[in-house]
Write a protein that binds this ligand. Structure first.
Ligand code: ZN
Length: 411
């Protein structure tokens, strides 16, 4: 009996000892695993990443004064996927040059890439591979000029012009849109609703390539002869047609023949745009003349008036667009032009151009406390004094007939 009890106790004791051993072993293994995991995660993996160059992640855009740290320690040369180990030895701090261009080596082994950086008091710009850039560089829609030495020149601003096309869309509009797209250019289309409903693909394409959708009434009436409700209907109907075509409503407008007053502008309820270069393309129907008038008169901030329903106008534009780009102009929409010049567009106001003097006046008048009524009357009177009103009527008429200067014949 006693022996059995003793044997049972010894058995229990052995089991306990065994269990303790097992427990100790388990905790020992667990601790080892934990240590190894920590070691791998925080020491070995980052090291391996640095060595293989995979730890750096995607190139990020950096703000001025910040440094893009490339973690590729084995290969500091700013060339994507470069296996060039011969240049890995370049450790001299400062400007470096290779067949890819100039780049800047920092003391900590990093180099600048993907943004602007200040070095010795000057601002430089580096591309994604870390090479210094020269000429015009666009960052977040703003153009910056870096001279031949790569130094940012804050005094240089890219010339901009807004080409505007009225009365369409038409059968030549797609060709014009293709040309704009090829030249990375944009324009504003002030469309008649009656034509817009026939060319939904053109309207989709306008939106797709960043052109601005403009409302030019439904069927080009003389707005001063209409009732307020009729004016509103002309624009409302057209906005709906354009929305049906592309999903977006126009946010800018132009009145037929440029005929407008304070009341009409308020009924339209959008910023309205006149022009300061009138090509008279609708009248001459001469591509050479339209080209020459534009190229001879164009300057920064201009709004150019043409009509994409006329073939010679589109033929002229196919030459004007690349020629302006070649001359260093950025072709933008009317809203982009306003934004670039610091002008906040307001519904019920009319704009003629965004040249420096006009912008100064606009900014001056909006910052002062003068009433909006005063602004309207100033603008309206300036139209009246600069252009004969009967000329205004004929100027924008796509269907003008040569019989009389004052005649306006509807399409
Ligand atoms: Zn028109």
């Amino acid at each position: 009996m006693d022996r059995r009890i003793i044997q049972q106790r010894m058995k229990r004791k052995r089991r306990q000892l065994f269990m303790r051993k097992v427990m100790r072993l388990v905790s020992c293994v667990a601790a080892t695993v934990l240590v190894l995991t920590l070691l791998f995660n925080f020491v070995i993996s980052p090291l391996a990443g640095k060595i293989s160059g995979k730890g750096g992640g995607a190139v990020q855009e950096v703000k001025a004064e910040t440094v893009k740290e490339d973690e590729t320690h084995a290969d500091r040369v700013p060339v994507k996927n470069s296996g060039s180990t011969s240049k890995a030895g370049v450790m001299t701090v400062g400007w470096q040059e290779d067949e890819g261009g100039r780049w800047y080596q920092n003391a900590d082994g990093t180099f600048y890439a993907g943004g602007m950086a200040e070095i010795d008091g000057s601002t430089y710009c580096f591309d994604e591979n870390g090479y210094m850039q020269t000429g015009w560089v666009t960052i977040d829609g703003v153009d910056y000029m870096f001279n031949n030495n790569g130094v940012y020149d804050p005094n240089q601003h890219k010339k901009m012009v807004a080409l505007t096309f009225d009365d369409g869309p038409g059968q030549y509009t797609m060709e014009l849109l293709n040309c704009l797209e090829e030249n990375d250019a944009r324009a504003t289309f002030f469309m008649q609703g009656i034509n817009a409903q026939q060319y939904p693909d053109e309207i989709k394409k306008m939106k797709e390539i960043g052109c601005e959708l403009g409302n030019h009434s439904y069927d080009h009436p003389q707005l001063p002869t209409l009732s307020p409700d009729q004016v509103k209907e002309q624009f409302e109907k057209t906005s709906s047609i354009i929305e049906d075509a592309c999903g977006s409503r126009p946010t800018v407008a132009r009145t037929p023949f440029g005929l407008q007053d304070e009341d009409i502008l308020s009924y339209i309820g959008m910023p309205c745009f006149m022009w300061n270069i009138d090509t008279l393309d609708w009248k001459t129907k001469d591509a050479d003349n339209t080209y020459n008038v534009t190229m001879d008169n164009v300057s920064d901030g201009d709004i150019v008036l043409m009509h994409d329903i006329h073939e010679p106008s589109v033929q002229a534009s196919l030459r004007i667009i690349p020629a302006l780009v070649e001359q260093g102009y950025k072709l933008v929409t009317v809203s982009e032009l306003a934004r670039a010049k610091g002008v906040t567009l307001e519904a019920g106001k009319s704009y003629t151009d965004f040249c420096d003097s006009t912008v100064a006046a606009l900014l001056g008048s909006s910052s002062s406390d003068s009433s909006s009524d005063e602004e309207y009357s100033e603008e309206d009177s300036s139209y009246d004094s600069s252009e004969d009103s009967s000329e205004d009527v004929s100027v924008d008429s796509s269907s003008y007939e040569d019989s009389s200067e004052d005649a306006v014949v509807e399409e």
